[in-house]
Ligand binder design. Structure first.
Ligand SMILES: C[S@@+](CC[C@H](N)C(=O)[O-])C[C@H]1O[C@@H](n2cnc3c(N)ncnc32)[C@H](O)[C@@H]1O
Ligand code: SF4
Length: 474
C-alpha cells in the first residue's frame, strides 16, 4: 500500500476519534491517557501495613508462579521514559543490588513457605538488565536459576536495549543468557530514523540496532522488537518510511507503543517538559491516530497481525506469555527488585521506590514493599474486565473464575451492551472483545469501567456525551 491509500483508512479513523471525543469516551484535549495495565492505577496504591499485605493469601493450588525481576540501571536517560532508573555506570552499586536481589528472593520464598519457586514464565526487565558486566550477568542468572525450578518453564524473557548486544561483549552476554535458558528477547529499537533516535537520546543508532537484532536471531532467540510512534521528530510521512524499514526486519514479533507523555507510574519522564518547550515539535493527536491505523493496514499486507494488544506477529504463538498471563489469564506473579510489583489473585503489592529504602528493608530480612491494594469484589469485577478486554478479550468462563460472578450478572453488563450498539465491542456466548474500531480506542474504552475515584482526568476533560465516564459511574 502506498501512503495515499493508507491515508484513506487513516483519515476514517480520525473521524472515529472525533466521534469518540463527542461521545465522552476520549478526552477532549486528544491526549493519550493509558489504561488497562493495572487496576486500580499504580499511582493510587496507598501505603500498606507490612502484616496486612499477605493476610489471607494462599498459594495457587498448582503452586506455579510467574516471576519478574527489575534492574533499575541504564547508561543514558531516554526522553520518553518514565521508568525509574540510575544513569551512572557504577559497578559497585550493581554488585550491591545483585546481592540484595539474592536476599529478596530468599525472603520472598520464606514468606510463601517454599524453598524453590515453581517457575511458569520469567521476565527480567528494567531499566536495562543487560547493562551489566558479563560476570554480573552470569552471577545474577546463577542466583535466579538456583532458586527457581526451571523444569517446566514455558518462556524465559529478557527486555534489553540494543547497545548491550553488540560487539564482543554483546556476543558474550547473548551466549551467557542462552546458556542459562533465556529463550526470548525484547529489544527496544524505538525508531528506524536516526534523527528521531537522537531526539529520544537513545544509546544506539539504527545500524547498531539492526546489528543487535541479527546477533539475537543468529543465537536462536525468539525476538521481539519495539517501536514508539507519536514521538517528537516524527510525521505521518516519516512514519510511513519507518514502517517500510520495519517490515524488512525478519523477527518473530513487532511491538508498537503510542507515546505516553504523562507518567502512568510514579515518576514523570523528561518528555512532558520537552513538549512544553517545543510546542510544534511533535505530531498532533489526529496524526498520531493516523500513525496507529497505518501500523495495522501496512503490516497486514505482510501477513503480520495484532495478536495481543500492540503486539504484531506472523504466528499467534509468538506472543509474550508473561504479558498474556498477567493481563489475560490474570495468574499470580511475584516481583523482585526495586519498584517491582507482585500481582497475587486479589491483591497488588508494590516494592519500594528508593534504593535506600529497598536496601534497608532487605537488610532487616523483610519484603521490600511499602504500597499495595487488596481489591474488594467491586474492584475485582472491574479488574477482570479491564485487563483482558484491553489486551486480548474477555473469556466468560475465565471471568467467572477470577471475579466470582457471571459477567451477565454484573452491573457492567448494560455498559457492554451500549458499547456494542456503537460498534466498539462484540459478544458471543463465550467471549466479549473489541471490534476493529474499538481496538484503536482500547485504553479509553476500558477506562469507562474505572470507578470514578480512579479516573485519571477530571470531568472537564470529557464531553458530556452518553459515555462520559463520570456519568456512567453515577
Ligand atoms: C521497560 S521499557 C525498556 C526497554 C529497554 N530498556 C530499552 O530501552 O530498550 C519497554 C518499552 O516500553 C516502551 N516505552 C517506554 N516508555 C514509553 C513511553 N513513554 N511511551 C510509549 N512507550 C514507551 C518502549 O518501546 C520500551 O522499549
Ligand atoms: S527506555 Fe530503556 S534505556 Fe531508555 S531510560 Fe528507559 S529503561 Fe533506560
Amino acid at each position: 500500500m502506498d501512503l495515499k491509500e493508507l491515508l484513506i483508512s487513516a483519515d476514517n479513523r480520525v473521524k472515529d476519534f472525533h466521534e469518540m471525543q463527542e461521545l465522552g469516551i476520549h478526552c477532549n484535549t486528544g491526549e493519550f491517557i493509558p489504561a488497562g495495565v493495572h487496576y486500580p492505577p499504580i499511582t493510587r496504591y496507598p501505603d500498606i501495613e507490612y502484616d496486612e499485605m499477605f493476610k489471607g493469601y494462599t498459594m495457587p493450588s498448582d503452586e506455579y508462579l510467574d516471576v519478574y525481576v527489575h534492574f533499575p540501571f541504564c547508561s543514558k536517560q531516554c526522553i520518553f521514559c518514565h521508568y525509574p532508573s540510575m544513569y551512572k555506570n557504577d559497578d559497585a552499586e550493581k554488585d550491591r543490588y545483585i546481592d540484595a536481589l539474592e536476599k529478596n528472593f530468599d525472603i520472598y520464598m520464606r514468606k510463601l513457605g517454599i524453598d524453590k519457586i515453581k517457575l511458569r514464565v520469567a521476565l527480567i526487565g528494567g531499566g536495562t538488565p543487560t547493562d551489566l558486566t558479563t560476570k554480573q550477568l552470569e552471577r545474577f542468572l546463577k542466583i535466579f536459576t538456583d532458586r527457581c525450578d526451571m523444569s517446566k518453564v514455558r518462556q524465559f524473557n529478557y527486555d534489553v536495549s540494543p547497545h548491550t548486544l553488540i560487539g564482543d561483549i554483546g556476543h558474550e552476554r547473548l551466549k551467557i543468557m542462552r546458556d542459562y535458558g533465556v529463550d526470548r528477547l525484547t529489544i527496544g529499537i524505538q525508531s528506524m530514523d536516526d534523527k528521531v533516535l537522537k531526539i529520544m537520546n537513545r544509546p544506539h543508532n539504527v545500524k547498531e540496532a539492526l546489528e543487535s537484532v541479527k546477533n539475537t536471531m543468529d543465537m536462536g532467540f525468539q525476538t521481539n522488537i519495539e517501536f514508539i510512534y507519536g514521538h517528537p521528530g516524527q510525521t505521518v510521512e516519516s512514519w510511513y518510511e519507518e514502517l517500510k524499514q520495519v517490515v524488512k526486519i525478519d523477527v518473530h514479533e513487532y511491538q508498537f507503543y503510542r507515546l505516553k507523555v504523562e507518567a502512568y507510574g510514579d515518576q514523570q519522564g523528561i518528555i512532558k517538559k520537552w513538549e512544553e518547550m517545543h510546542p510544534d515539535g511533535y505530531p498532533t493527536p489526529d496524526d498520531t491516530i493516523r500513525m496507529k491505523q497505518m501500523v495495522f493496514d501496512y503490516l497486514k499486507e505482510f501477513g503480520i497481525e495484532e495478536n495481543l494488544r500492540r503486539v504484531f506477529t506472523r504466528k499467534k504463538s509468538y506472543i509474550s506469555l508473561y504479558a498474556f498471563n498477567q493481563c489475560c489469564q490474570q495468574l499470580d506473579q511475584i516481583g523482585i527488585g526495586l519498584t517491582a510489583f507482585s500481582s497475587l489473585r486479589d491483591r497488588f503489592v508494590l516494592n519500594m521506590q528508593s534504593f535506600d529504602d529497598y536496601y534497608a528493608r532487605i537488610e532487616k530480612g523483610m519484603l521490600p514493599f511499602n504500597r499495595g491494594y487488596v481489591r474488594n469484589s467491586d474492584a475485582q469485577q472491574r479488574w477482570a474486565i479491564i485487563l483482558p478486554l484491553k489486551n486480548y478479550f474477555i473469556r466468560k468462563n475465565r471471568y467467572k473464575q477470577v471475579a466470582g460472578i457471571d459477567i451477565e450478572q454484573t452491573k457492567f453488563y448494560p455498559l457492554i451492551q451500549q458499547l456494542k450498539n456503537y460498534d466498539l465491542l462484540t459478544e458471543d456466548d463465550k467471549i466479549i472483545r473489541l471490534t476493529d474500531k474499538g481496538i484503536i480506542f482500547s485504553d479509553e474504552i476500558v477506562g469507562l469501567f474505572y470507578d470514578t475515584k480512579f479516573i485519571p482526568k477530571e470531568r472537564k476533560y470529557f464531553n458530556e456525551g452518553i459515555f462520559n465516564p463520570y456519568k456512567l459511574n453515577g
